[in-house]
Ligand binder design. Structure first.
Ligand code: SAM
Length: 560
């Protein structure tokens, strides 16, 4: 069996712009949309073909899935129709699979053709993940876009919890692109259907019709749009059912970044919740600054794709008001590490503009330094313990997002705990810098973190002068000179990790769930993990590769 491949971006879409406003895919000898009336065509073939917007009337959650995101015209047309017709509590999931995503420049150019969609196009462009491989979750208020940047067959294996009410098949012409219309792919489409789903496509090719019939659809030819004689509609058997969230009332235990991310995912679904935090111990979310930067892996594995997707999702999740600064420099500690960083920059899994090797360092240009207090100001949790609230309130779902608190609340799980102390020194660099530890300037001093020690029998939260010395000497080793301490209060908290260092989102039984094992990457992982956990409980389309979500959900992993 071949070993893992390097993680690179998806292949670029090769476009010919010589026709006015209609890009042509040179590899497929086909257009993305018709220059005369592409938007009308989308509305007739795909929206109209699937009976939209009528079919989503009154549905709390409606899911559209598409093969071939291309320029995003179908998505934008659906989004616009949704905003014009859906009620304020309804939500739309839109999944699209694309092997050759446009880069931002190509997308900008293509979308210029539709001034009517300008406002929505601008929001899509602002959030565009470029050609980064994997699954991307983009939230636009009531509309959630999930993009899978991969080949159709691979993508259909990864998709988690898809039960589409409508399918848009928009691969290029089947004669030029057979793999997008194979019987296996059509079976995958059928497997991703909700009962009573409706499918639409421009192609009436015999092979497409028979593959769809073979997968259980009832197919009919309809009058086509413009110069095309026909289009296709197909019905999946069964009766459409309204999907309502099964959570009556949720309790979130812990008001750190995991709890806040859960609150965001629940609020987006109009699910009410209480949040408690007894403030029993200092949590890492209470640090004066938090880094949002990716974990990198050279090889293409579901985990490494998740590290990038979670990072990109987190960048979009935090409001500008909480951002202290953008851009983090990563200094290698050894020659071997330098070689790895160089290789990484050359592989460019995040795009050339986001990772650079320069001045013997890796520069992660969009990585964030966040001020957690600015994020948390808006909502005060109740100062209560889980034990007391249980005595007077009932909840259908309890989310344990308690950091170190998991040790007491779920003592049987095999988590590992390590102490981390932060110290202060005189500033050494202008830019936030990571080197195993990290140094970030705040109000004229550098916050230097963090130690990493297994818990011993002393109080894990006591401040230890020897740990301040450890932090400063690790910094001195990188800078090449001693740095002076600054007289500000150090801080200690406890990281929770699993043996394989991957996070945990699991069912603890009896209506209890947890997000845990975030290690020192809480601010990077929590927004996407919360979205994954809440989507799973609500039987909605998830944002993770299914295989990985199953791994993250398996508590037995912890005791291996
Ligand atoms: N729906 C798009 C829009 O609104 O602009 C137009 C889609 S275009 C006609 C077909 C798309 O299918 C292209 O973007 C192409 O890159 C994609 N595609 C072709 N082969 C694919 C494959 N094997 N897996 C996934 N996507 C593929």
């Amino acid at each position: 069996m071949a070993g893992p491949r390097p993680l690179i971006q998806t292949p670029a879409a090769r476009l010919d712009w010589s026709r006015p406003s209609a890009p042509v895919a040179t590899d497929f000898n086909d257009i993305y949309f018709s220059a005369d009336g592409g938007l009308e065509e989308t509305r007739t073939v795909f929206l109209g073909g699937c009976g939209l917007p009528d079919k989503w009337a009154g549905r709390p959650v409606f899911t559209i899935a598409e093969l071939g995101f291309g320029s995003g015209l179908n998505f934008l047309a659906a989004w616009k129709a949704w905003m014009q017709t859906a009620g304020p509590r309804q939500r739309l999931h839109y999944l699209s699979i694309e092997k050759f995503p446009f880069d931002k420049k190509q997308l900008t150019q293509a979308l210029r053709a539709w001034p009517e969609l300008d406002a929505l196009s601008a929001r899509l462009l602002e959030n565009w993940p470029g050609r980064v491989k994997g699954i991307h979750r983009l939230n636009f208020g009531p509309v959630t876009l999930t993009l899978i940047h991969d080949d159709v067959s691979e993508a259909l294996n990864q998709v988690d919890g898809l039960k589409a009410d409508a399918w848009f098949l928009d691969g290029f012409n089947p004669s030029e692109n057979t793999e997008m219309w194979s019987a296996e792919v059509m079976q995958g489409v059928a497997d991703g259907c909700a009962p009573g789903a409706r499918l639409a496509t421009f192609s009436v090719a015999g092979a497409v019709r028979s593959a769809l019939s073979g997968a259980g659809f009832t197919v009919r030819k309809m009058p086509g749009f413009g110069r095309k004689r026909h289009r296709l509609e197909a019905d999946f058997p069964g009766e459409a059912k309204a999907l309502t969230p099964p959570i009556d009332k949720a309790l979130i235990v812990g008001a750190g970044i995991a709890g806040r991310s859960l609150a965001r995912a629940l609020s987006a679904r109009h699910i009410s919740f209480d949040m408690i935090d007894a403030g029993l111990h200092p949590a890492a979310s209470g640090n004066p600054a938090a880094l949002v930067k990716p974990r990198f892996d050279l090889q293409d594995r579901p985990e490494s794709r998740f590290f990038l997707s979670a990072y990109l999702h987190a960048l979009r999740a935090y409001p500008e008001t909480a951002v202290i600064s953008r851009g983090v420099r990563q200094i290698p500690k050894t020659k071997k590490e330098a070689e790895r960083y160089k290789k990484l920059a050359a592989q460019a899994p995040l795009g050339d503009d986001q990772l650079r090797w320069e001045n013997d360092s890796l520069w992660i240009d969009e990585a964030l330094v966040i001020d957690p207090s600015k994020l948390f100001d808006a909502f005060e949790p109740r100062r209560e313990t889980y034990e007391t609230i249980r005595r007077h309130a009932e909840f259908s779902h309890v989310f344990i997002a308690a950091g170190y608190g998991i040790r007491a609340l779920a003592p049987d799980l095999g988590f590992r705990f390590s102490r981390g102390q932060l110290s202060w020194a005189e500033p050494v660099w202008d830019r936030p810098t990571a080197y195993g530890g990290y140094a970030v300037n705040l109000d004229g001093a550098a916050l230097v973190g963090a130690t990493h020690d297994r818990l011993d029998d002393r109080d894990p939260f006591e401040l230890r002068p020897e740990d301040d010395r450890k932090n400063l000497s690790a910094l001195a080793e990188i800078v090449g000179r001693e740095t002076s301490p600054v007289d500000r209060q150090s801080r200690a908290s406890v990281r929770v990790t699993s043996r394989d260092t991957l996070p945990v989102i699991c069912d603890l039984g009896q209506g209890h769930w947890t997000i845990s094992g975030l290690g020192s990457r809480g601010f990077t992982f929590a927004p996407l993990l919360a979205e994954a956990l809440v989507a799973k409980i609500c039987n909605e389309l998830g944002p993770l590769d299914k295989r990985l979500r199953l791994k993250f959900s398996d508590p037995n992993r912890l005791s291996l």
